[in-house]
Design a protein around this ligand. Structure first.
Ligand SMILES: Nc1ncnc2c1ncn2[C@@H]1O[C@H](COP(=O)(O)OP(=O)(O)O)[C@@H](O)[C@H]1O
Ligand SMILES: [Mg+2]
Length: 264
């Protein structure tokens, strides 16, 4: 049975053949990597300071985005070998690559994309979908200082969702607390699309239809085990998956706490 309408059930897997260039504007020092399928991928390294949970957030939020109609570049898993780290001349990058041998997250590189600056505002309905996505996943990384939106081929694309679903950082030590996440309000005052977005209620209705229990479970399945570290309470990747399913399903059912506009 197919439960996901847009994204594939598994991330495609590629192997890095060359580290091309670091993207220094980003805080996590992502780099552009060429892979064995000749694609170029903006790659977030497992060895970056934020840890692998941010990679899980990227996969989960991009999946949710695509299923509710927000364009996101394709995500892949990128295998990085120690060879590539060894030949890197930049010391800072070499350290990061050495710490990232194994499975990293790649995002299809959109050549020539412009950073979103509002000079051509996003379409109202798409803006509403992105605002809904950020409120649902508690993503604070969509401000004018840091829009994390690209304009490419006449469309607006959403990137960089590592800051969303921040609750999982507590899972290293604490038991999950879905109730707390369900009730967390979302402040739209700094959101880059707050002024242009159409009402978000129709997006929420669409999301309820698209994101039933099976779909949420399937989106959680897309995250590789390597990015679901166990903690003191959640002792296996499978229990971490269960916590994500639970948090997302419960928050979806209680928009009265977080849906912008507060109409519910
Ligand atoms: N898929 C992509 N295609 C083209 N440029 C990208 C892509 N992803 C990121 N970038 C560029 O790299 C920058 C940093 O990437 P981002 O995902 O925001 O990382 P960080 O977590 O470091 O902020 C972005 O602001 C954007 O300019
Ligand atoms: Mg960013």
């Amino acid at each position: 049975m197919r439960t996901l309408a847009v994204v594939p059930e598994m991330l495609r897997h590629v192997t890095a053949t060359r580290y091309a260039v670091p993207l220094r504007e980003g805080g996590s020092l992502p780099g552009i990597v060429e892979a064995d399928d000749l694609g170029m991928y903006v790659t977030k390294m497992r060895g970056a300071g934020q840890g692998v949970r941010v990679l899980a957030a990227e996969v989960l939020v991009a999946g949710l985005a695509a299923e509710v109609g927000v364009p996101v570049p394709e995500l892949v898993t990128v295998e990085l070998s120690s060879e590539i780290a060894r030949w890197e001349a930049d010391e800072e990058v070499q350290d990061l690559l050495t710490a990232s041998v194994g499975l990293n997250l790649g995002m299809d590189y959109l050549p020539g994309a412009f950073g979103y600056d509002g000079s051509r505002p996003a379409d109202r309905d798409l803006a509403a979908a992105i605002l809904w996505l950020d409120a649902f996943t508690a993503n604070v990384d969509r401000t004018w200082a840091n829009p994390n939106l690209l304009r490419w081929h006449e469309r607006v694309w959403a990137i960089d969702h590592g800051a969303a679903l921040y609750f999982h950082h507590a899972w290293a030590r604490k038991a999950p607390d879905a109730e707390r996440f369900v009730r967390a309000p979302y402040d739209t005052s700094q959101h880059v699309l707050a002024d242009v977005a159409a009402p978000v209620e129709p997006v929420h209705d669409r999301a309820l239809a698209a994101l039933d229990e099976e779909a949420i479970a399937a989106l959680v399945e897309r995250v590789p085990d390597e990015w679901l570290p166990p903690g003191e309470q959640l002792k296996s990747a499978e229990s971490v998956r269960g916590a994500y399913r639970d948090h997302l399903a419960q928050r979806l059912r209680h928009p009265e706490h977080w849906l912008p506009g507060g109409a519910r």
